[in-house]
Design a protein around this ligand. Structure first.
Ligand code: FAD
Length: 449
C-alpha cells in the first residue's frame, strides 16, 4: 500500500541511530514525524513534573531538527491507539514505524495497534532502539530470565555485540501538505505559578545535540577517573547521561560503541548493564512499581505513615546532612547522584520506616531521568524486595557514607550548608534506634519467606 510513512517517536527523541526513522527513509515515501502525549490509555503512567519539563524542551529541539531537514514534528494528544489510527486515516498513510517499548501497558497498546493496522493493510514494523539486548534474547541455561546481575551481564556480553549506530539523516522527505499539529505550548508541560524549574534550566540542556556533546565530553574528560571517583557525589565523575538515555536523545548503542572506542570503559559499560537489567526485570514483571518482586516482603509491617516525616524527607529537612543535601539537589535540579540516591532511599525505608512506594512516587515526580524501569527497580533494590537486591539487614549508615564518599564535606556544603555546624538541626529519628526497629520489622519477612 502506497502513502506516507508515519514515524511514531516515543522514548527515542533523536535523529541519529533511530531504526524506525531509518525504515521510513528506506521505504521511500514521504515522512510524517509524530509524537503523541498519551495521558489516557489504561495503565500508562502519567509523567512526573520534572519529566514533563524535560519532554517539552526535548520535543522543541527535535522539532527544530526535523523541520530543518524537511519533516516537522506533528504533535497530537490523546489515547495513542486512537490518535495514531486517526492520523493514518487522515493522511492516507501506508506504513507506521516505531522503536519498541518494554512496559506492560505500552506493549499491550503497541501490539493491539499493530494488529489492527495490519488488518487494514497498513505496513507496521517495530525496532530495537532503546535497549542493547532484547529482553527475550537473554536467558539462563534453563531458559528462564535472570534474577542476579552478574550472570545476567555475562550472558549479555556472550551475545553478539550491539549493532553499530545508524548515521543521522541529513534530509527528510516530508509530506507536502503537513498534518495538523497541536502547539507544544498548549500542552502545558512547563510549570507555571510557581515556576519551579529555574534550577533545572541552570543545570540541563535537553535535546539531541547537547546529549551528544555531553557524551563526547564525558569520554574525553571524565571516563579515566570514572572507576575511582564515580561514588563521590562532589567529584562530577559520572556521565550525567541518565536523562539523555531516558528520553532517547542518545541511544545506548551510540554510548556503547563510542565508549568501546575510547577504551577503559568496562566499569562504565556495566552501569549500562544495570539499565538493561532494570528494563528486562520490568519486562518480566510489569508490576515492578507497585508490587514487591519478592512476595515475602508483603509481610513487612509498615507502620502508619507519618506525613510530617515523609514531608521532611521530601524537602531535605531530616537533620541528616547527606540525606538532606541529596533531597535538595533533587528538588533543585531534578537529579541526584547515585550514591546519595541509595543513602536517601535507605533512610526513608529503613530509618523512617516508610514504604518504598512513597519514595518511588516522589522520585518519579522530581527526577528528570525517572523511567518506568530504573526507578522502581532501584527502589526495590534498596528495599531488599527486588532483583539481586541489597539484603534488607544491610542498612546504610548515612554518617559513615558521608565520611567515606564526601570526606571533605564539599557535597553537603553545596546543598545543605545549614546541616553542618553547631546550629545544625537534630536528626528526625535516632539512627541506631530506628535501625533496630527496622530489623525487628524485617523478622516478619523472614518468617514469611
Ligand atoms: P553513570 O554512573 O554515568 O552511569 C551511566 C548510565 O548507566 C546512567 O546514565 C544510567 O542510564 C545507567 N545506570 C547507572 N546506574 C544505574 C542503575 N543503578 N540502574 C539503572 N541504570 C543505571 N536511574 C535512571 O536512569 N532513572 C531512574 O529513575 C533512577 N532512579 C533511581 C532510584 C534510586 C532509589 C536509585 C538508588 C537509583 C536510581 N537510578 C535511576 C540509577 C542511578 O542513580 C542513575 O542512573 C545515575 O545516578 C545517573 O547518573 P549518571 O548518568 O551520571 O550515571
Amino acid at each position: 500500500m502506497a502513502g506516507p510513512s508515519i514515524v511514531w517517536f516515543r522514548d527515542d527523541l533523536r535523529l541519529a541511530d533511530n531504526p524506525a526513522l531509518r525504515a521510513a527513509i528506506d521505504r521511500g515515501e514521504p515522512i510524517i514525524a509524530l509524537y503523541v502525549l498519551d495521558e489516557e490509555s489504561p495503565g500508562v503512567r502519567a509523567l512526573g513534573g520534572a519529566a514533563r519539563w524535560w519532554l517539552h524542551h526535548s520535543l522543541a529541539s527535535l522539532d527544530t531538527r526535523l523541520r530543518e531537514r524537511g519533516a516537522p514534528l506533528v504533535l497530537r494528544r490523546g489515547p495513542a491507539e486512537r490518535v495514531v489510527r486517526d492520523l493514518v486515516t487522515d493522511a492516507a498513510a501506508g506504513a507506521v514505524f516505531w522503536n519498541r517499548r518494554y512496559g506492560g501497558p505500552e506493549r499491550d497498546l503497541d501490539a493491539a495497534l499493530k494488529a489492527g493496522l495490519r488488518d487494514e493493510g497498513v505496513e507496521v514494523a517495530s525496532f530495537a532502539g532503546s535497549l542493547l539486548f532484547e529482553p527475550w534474547t537473554v536467558k539462563t541455561g534453563a531458559g528462564t530470565h535472570f534474577s542476579v546481575f552478574t550472570p545476567f551481564w555475562r550472558a549479555c556480553l556472550a551475545l553478539p555485540s550491539p549493532r553499530a549506530p545508524l548515521p543521522e539523516p541529513r534530509v527528510l522527505d516530508g509530506v507536502r501538505r503537513g498534518a495538523a499539529s497541536d502547539s507544544l505550548d498548549d500542552w502545558g508541560l512547563l510549570p507555571r505559578e510557581p515556576d519551579w524549574a529555574g534550577g533545572l534550566r541552570e543545570r540541563w540542556e535537553p535535546g539531541e545535540p547537547a546529549a551528544r556533546r555531553r557524551l563526547r565530553e564525558f569520554l574525553e574528560q571524565d571516563l579515566a577517573a570514572y572507576d575511582r571517583a564515580r561514588d563521590e557525589p562532589a567529584a562530577g565523575a559520572t556521565s550525567l547521561l541518565s536523562p539523555r538515555l531516558r528520553w532517547g536523545e542518545v541511544s545506548p548503542h551510540t554510548v556503547w560503541h563510542e565508549t568501546v572506542e575510547a577504551g577503559h570503559g568496562g566499569r562504565f559499560l556495566s552501569e549500562l548493564g544495570w539499565r538493561e537489567f532494570a528494563w528486562h526485570t520490568l519486562f518480566h514483571f510489569p508490576e515492578l512499581a507497585t508490587k514487591n518482586l519478592r512476595p515475602e516482603f508483603d509481610a513487612f509491617p509498615w507502620p502508619r505513615l507519618r506525613p510530617s516525616h515523609l514531608e521532611a524527607w521530601q524537602r531535605g529537612r531530616t537533620g541528616v546532612p547527606l540525606v538532606d543535601a541529596g533531597m535538595r539537589e533533587l528538588w533543585t535540579t531534578g537529579y541526584m547522584h547515585n550514591r546519595v540516591r541509595m543513602v536517601a532511599a535507605s533512610f526513608l525505608i529503613k530509618n523512617l520506616l516508610i514504604d518504598w512506594r512513597r519514595g518511588e512516587e516522589w522520585f518519579w515526580d522530581t527526577l528528570v531521568d525517572a523511567d518506568g524501569a530504573s526507578n522502581p527497580f532501584n527502589w526495590q533494590w534498596v528495599a531488599g524486595s527486588g532483583a539481586d537486591a541489597a539484603p534488607y539487614f544491610r542498612i546504610f549508615n548515612p554518617e559513615l557514607q558521608a565520611k567515606k564518599f564526601d570526606a571533605d564535606g564539599h557535597y553537603v556544603r553545596e546543598w545543605a550548608p545549614d546541616a553542618l555546624g553547631d546550629d545544625a538541626p537534630e536528626p528526625l529519628v535516632d539512627l541506631a534506634a530506628s535501625r533496630t526497629a527496622a530489623l525487628d520489622a524485617y523478622e516478619h519477612v523472614k518468617r514469611a519467606a
